[in-house]
Design a protein around this ligand. Structure first.
Ligand SMILES: Nc1ncnc2c1ncn2[C@@H]1O[C@H](COP(=O)(O)OP(=O)(O)OP(=O)(O)O)[C@@H](O)[C@H]1O
Length: 778
């Protein structure tokens, strides 16, 4: 090998989409280049313009654009492929520079900037001359010629879109020099979008933020500063050092597999600098990452698990726990982690959903045959109703008491009547006097005794019991450590601690990583806290309280988890287009959201670089009309997805489209109507994942947590269904605080559902639209 070759991330993404015949020639090109970059068949030549950029021949039609990236420590010359272009699309207006904020190598091709902007800036693109033997080609993308005077708009030129910023501001924020003046001439959103599409990453993020109305200071705080790196003087000329900071793929014999993996590979390799910092930081205690939907919280959590596992000393235990709230998400985490990690290291990670973990603890602590079986909340409520009926109790209904039990009694692990008298009931609505509390305690006591007698317990009860066992275990570990310290260290074998179980008991895990943490209950947190010894990197929490869809509130500091000073935020959505994100943000706008602690969380700075069609908001006349129109949309989407690509491949549409509804009954109706009336095959989303082999996934909003689909339809978004007035309306007068909580839960469900869509979102209703869709009411 005489040259080391790397592939710029944007170039790799472009290559994924190219025809397989071009890819094959590209592999051959790379092979030849690494052996001898000066081989005559490659025809490596510097381009005019920037001077740092070279072009080399892949085949008759395609050219690789390359930059020299210094010499490696082993003396081998390094080259970076910044783009692969058809020879007709190579112009001289190309630049390679080192970004003053990130220190990364950035490539800018002005051919990707919109014509109107270039024209306004008075720029002409010059086709780069190709080999002289080539017959002259008509200039494929003629430089814009000035418009005839008669056609020129008589009105004053439109105001620049970024009129509040100066060139100096843009430079300070990290916009690539080659694009600063052009960005300031942009006058419409469309022009800005086009400029952003071809721009380097930080430039694109900064301009998107400014275009969305963020101030220069906000962009600096939310986008620029998190991406900043310490740079030595003279960094602008040190391409070899810049290469180490740039997201690239080293080109080796594996490049064929790399390109074959396509988009799937992106999240495994290219972490955003803000994501990478969170993954790589050493935390002195519990840490939290927050961020809107699709910003990569799960990706960060997975990479963090991989990094923690790689740092473990060799062994055969599972010192890392990766957990989340639901079963189907746990399966998803497992499959993504499997594709990210070496199997030997993966073996050191325990992947369990939170209830599975609680059950494991309970089983370990229960005598054989003494286990209680689980009962659903609905069934437990029936038992409570029976108790109330037998006591002829009418002051409080079963729902109120059940809520009180879950949120206050179990939520705060209250074990005695005296403690219940003192319990905090913030956010619970209806005030309760001391005699009220005495009566309620008695009723709840009867209720739990009855469940006990039936040999049953709810999930929340099981979680609370597991937390108590685990806290007890942690106390024993602490006592043993203190004892050992008091006696001056050493082995406890010959001392008074007779129980071998206590002697060998240890914390279950060294590191715990929690995804979708906003839905865990206080009992879950107490259990997790007790499972790892407090210390460096003990707990890592990924959450977004805007996506809390179960009625669980927790202040981590009250369960012994202190995340102060160890919180970070992600703001760039990798999943959703800006258009979908704007629609979804309307749903939760104006609400206040906690940060799992005493502070608040916002979606400030949340943005996307992806662009797509505006979400469709569709008013229908009745259910039949809604289903008919849905079926039409699904068929249209299917046709788009199965459109053959350049090389004739047709994509399998299964699992790329989904329909989301408010409840299970509606899911059944939609599936039956689509299948029977329209011949569209469906699969139902269950807690174990999609069941049935059909193409379109259908499920309730709860089931969509953490998932994503290329195209998604939300059906039945009517007033009365979102929110479900028949269920929660009664609280409006009897328990206004609970009413507010229920409304928020319902809003969050719609927010979660809407942000599952990657490219297309469609929301329909009949009757009056949901009040959570302000733009639909217009
Ligand atoms: N650095 C990255 N490069 C490429 N793709 C990424 C990157 N980070 C995240 N993604 C992609 O963005 C999508 C959303 O990521 P992820 O599921 O981690 O987001 P999230 O914040 O956990 O979302 P949610 O809160 O909605 O569940 C996924 O398809 C993921 O592969």
């Amino acid at each position: 090998m005489t040259a080391r070759l790397s592939l710029y991330q944007k170039a790799e993404n472009e290559l994924y989409k190219m025809d397989s015949s071009v890819k094959t020639k590209f592999y051959d090109f790379c092979h030849q280049f690494r052996i001898d970059p000066d081989h005559p068949s490659l025809d490596l030549k510097p381009l005019k313009g920037d001077g740092r950029i070279f072009r080399a021949k892949i085949d008759r039609s395609y050219r690789a654009l390359l930059a020299r990236a210094g010499v490696g420590a082993d003396g081998v010359q390094q080259w970076l492929i910044v783009a692969v272009r058809h020879r007709k699309d190579v112009y001289e207006e190309l630049t390679v520079a080192i970004n003053r904020i990130t220190g990364e190598i950035e490539f800018v091709d002005l051919a990707t900037v919109g014509q109107s902007v270039l024209q306004r800036a008075g720029l002409q693109l010059t086709p780069a001359p190709d080999e002289p033997t080539t017959a002259p080609e008509p200039t494929p993308m003629p430089a814009p010629s000035p418009m005839p005077a008669a056609q020129q708009a008589p009105t004053a030129p439109a105001e620049p879109l970024l009129h509040g910023c100066t060139a100096e501001d843009l430079r300070r924020l990290g916009v690539a020099d080659a694009l600063v003046d052009l960005a300031l001439t942009v006058t419409t959103d469309e022009e800005l979008d086009q400029l952003i599409t071809g721009a380097p990453r930080l430039t694109a993020e900064v301009l998107t933020g400014l275009g969305a109305g963020m101030s220069v200071d906000e962009v600096e705080r939310e986008i620029t500063q998190p991406a900043a790196t310490d740079l030595e003087p003279g960094f602008e000329d040190d391409m070899a050092a810049a290469l180490t900071r740039t997201a690239v793929t080293t080109v080796d014999d594996d490049i064929r597999n790399v390109l074959a993996e396509g988009d799937f590979r992106a999240w495994k390799v290219y972490l955003h600098p803000t994501q990478r910092k969170i993954v790589e930081r050493n935390y002195s205690g519990p840490a939290r990452v927050s961020g809107g939907p699709g910003t990569g919280k799960t990706i960060v959590a997975l990479h963090r698990v991989a990094r923690l596992a790689a740092a473990l000393p060799p062994g055969h235990t599972k010192p890392i726990l990766l957990t989340t709230y639901t079963k189907n998400l746990t399966a998803d985490l497992r499959s993504r982690l499997t594709s990210l990690m070496d199997p030997a290291l993966l073996d050191r990670v325990d992947i369990k959903h939170i209830d599975q973990l609680a059950q494991k603890v309970i089983n370990e602590n229960s005598a054989p045959g003494a286990q209680r079986s689980l009962i659903t909340d609905d069934r437990a409520l029936d038992v409570l109703r029976e108790v109330l009926f037998e006591h002829d109790e009418q002051r409080w209904d079963a729902e109120f008491l059940f809520d009180e039990w879950e949120q206050v009694v179990l939520g705060q692990s209250i074990g005695t009547r005296q403690d219940y008298f003192k319990a905090r009931r913030a956010g619970m609505g209806r005030a309760l006097t001391r005699p009220d509390r005495a009566a309620i305690w008695k009723l709840l006591d009867q209720f739990t005794l009855r469940l006990n007698a039936m040999g049953r317990e709810t999930w929340a009860q099981a979680a609370e019991r597991a937390a108590r066992y685990e806290m007890d275990r942690a106390r024993k570990i602490r006592a043993r450590a203190e004892h050992k310290e008091n006696i001056g260290g050493g082995d406890l074998i010959h001392l008074d601690d007779k129980s071998s179980a206590v002697r060998y008991v240890r914390h279950r895990y060294q590191h715990i990583v929690v995804d979708e943490a906003q839905d865990l209950s206080p009992a879950h947190w107490k259990m997790l806290r007790a499972m790892a010894a407090p210390g460096p990197d003990d707990l890592f929490i990924a959450s977004d309280t805007h996506q809390r869809i179960y009625d669980r509130q927790v202040t981590l500091s009250t369960v012994g988890i202190n995340i102060r000073g160890r919180s970070s935020k992600l703001t760039l959505s990798y999943r959703t287009t800006q258009e979908i994100l704007d629609q979804a943000a309307q749903v939760v706008r104006g609400g206040t959201y906690d940060d799992l602690d005493d502070g608040t969380d916002t979606l400030d700075g949340y943005h996307s670089l992806l662009r797509g069609p505006a979400p469709e908001l569709v008013a229908c006349t009745d259910w039949t009309d809604e289903i008919d129109q849905l079926a039409e949309a699904l068929k249209r989407w299917r046709a788009e997805i199965t459109q053959p690509s350049e090389d004739g491949t047709v994509r399998d549409p299964s699992g790329t489209m989904a329909v989301c509804v408010a409840d299970g009954e509606m899911a059944g109706r939609v599936a039956a109507d689509l299948e029977m009336k329209h011949g569209i095959t469906t699969a139902t989303l269950t807690k174990d994942g999609p069941q049935g082999g059909g193409e379109v996934h259908i499920g309730t909003m709860h089931r969509f947590k953490g998932l994503e689909y290329q195209k998604l339809a939300i059906v039945g978004a009517s007033d009365g269904i979102l929110p479900r007035t028949s269920l929660i309306g009664k609280y409006e007068t009897t328990d206004p605080k609970r009413y507010e909580r229920e409304l928020k839960k319902s809003r969050n469900q719609l927010f979660v559902a809407a942000t599952r869509a990657r490219d297309a979102l469609r929301i329909s209703w009949h009757g009056k639209p949901s009040p959570f869709l302000p733009s639909a009411a217009k």
